[in-house]
Design a protein around this ligand. Structure first.
Ligand SMILES: C[S@@+](CC[C@H](N)C(=O)[O-])C[C@H]1O[C@@H](n2cnc3c(N)ncnc32)[C@H](O)[C@@H]1O
Length: 266
């Protein structure tokens, strides 16, 4: 099943490769949940799902607890009257200003489907600032949300930094980590997922935690671009590498093959 949100770096396109590399276990832990492509397309009996983006986790928690009632509420923002530039900026302002967390969660889906390319970008004050997307008819992902809610019966959602989540892993768990990509080149640096950047230090901290968990018998699988940096950083892991077709947005609609890897620490 496709994730119901558009998300930079989502793994839906390569889900077969990832699920083939994940060992069996009781519970899957995902410290970098994003749009949850891996959760939605695997079959563990329990899940610990976390992300540093508080808006994202709050949305998943409303969907988990309220189900259809929340889906109906979210659908009300997909009336064509909401798909104008002026309404978009009003709703974006409301999202940034409101104290009503249920409204904020519903507006997160509205913004995701009505903003430019589904880009989740915040300014330095933590305000969502992606411009209007000018989509002819934004899709309301009803069936994808229904499926998510059904799967969520097996899941616990947590707003947390990856360090906290990885420390919560226990014997019998499998940990799948999908951190923000390392840059492919020095000019392609993208850290716009959240107000917190994710730099080289965090990438190396993640490797240290993965090695420590593997030493305790808890397997950790990390996704990333295949670069000189990741090859070196993941030198103690088993590497599976492959190529993925991607749109490189800085070059218009040009499609390029990008080398990607899975590093298996066990
Ligand atoms: C590549 S995306 C994950 C994509 C996901 N696998 C999917 O299929 O949609 C990386 C995620 O890491 C989250 N993130 C960034 N820094 C983080 C941190 N320090 N701790 C936890 N999550 C973080 C971002 O909010 C983003 O959702």
């Amino acid at each position: 099943m496709k994730p119901f949100l558009k998300w930079a770096g989502n793994k839906y396109q390569i889900i077969e490769r990832i699920s083939a590399a994940l060992p069996a276990g009781k519970r899957l832990v995902e410290p970098f949940l994003g749009s949850a492509a891996v959760f939605l397309n695997t079959h563990y009996s329990a899940y610990l799902l976390a992300d540093i983006n508080a808006d994202l986790i709050a949305l998943y928690q409303y969907l988990q607890t309220e189900g259809q009632c929340f889906i109906d509420y979210c659908r009300s923002f997909f009336d064509p009257a909401y798909n104008t530039e002026a309404t978009f900026y009003q709703q974006r302002h409301l999202f940034n200003a409101t104290q009503d967390l249920r409204l904020k969660a519903a507006l997160f889906i509205y913004l995701n489907k009505h903003c430019f390319n589904g880009l989740c970008r915040y300014n330095s004050s933590g305000n969502f600032n992606t411009p209007f997307g000018k989509s002819a008819k934004p899709y309301f992902p009803e069936k994808e949300m229904v499926y998510f809610q059904k799967m969520a019966a097996k899941a616990s959602f947590s707003h947390a930094d990856f360090i906290t989540t990885m420390r919560a892993a226990r014997s019998g768990d499998i940990v799948y980590c999908d951190p923000p990509y390392v840059p492919l080149s020095s000019t392609a640096n993208f850290t716009g997922y959240s107000t917190n950047g994710f730099g080289i230090n965090e990438q190396l901290q993640l490797v240290g935690l993965a090695e420590a968990l593997a030493d305790q018998g808890i397997p950790v699988i990390i996704s990333n671009h295949e670069t000189e940096f990741t090859r070196h950083a993941y030198r103690n892991a088993k590497i599976i590498s492959f190529e993925v077709q991607r749109y490189i947005s800085s070059k218009g609609d040009q499609r390029n093959k990008v080398a990607e890897l899975l590093a298996i620490f066990s």
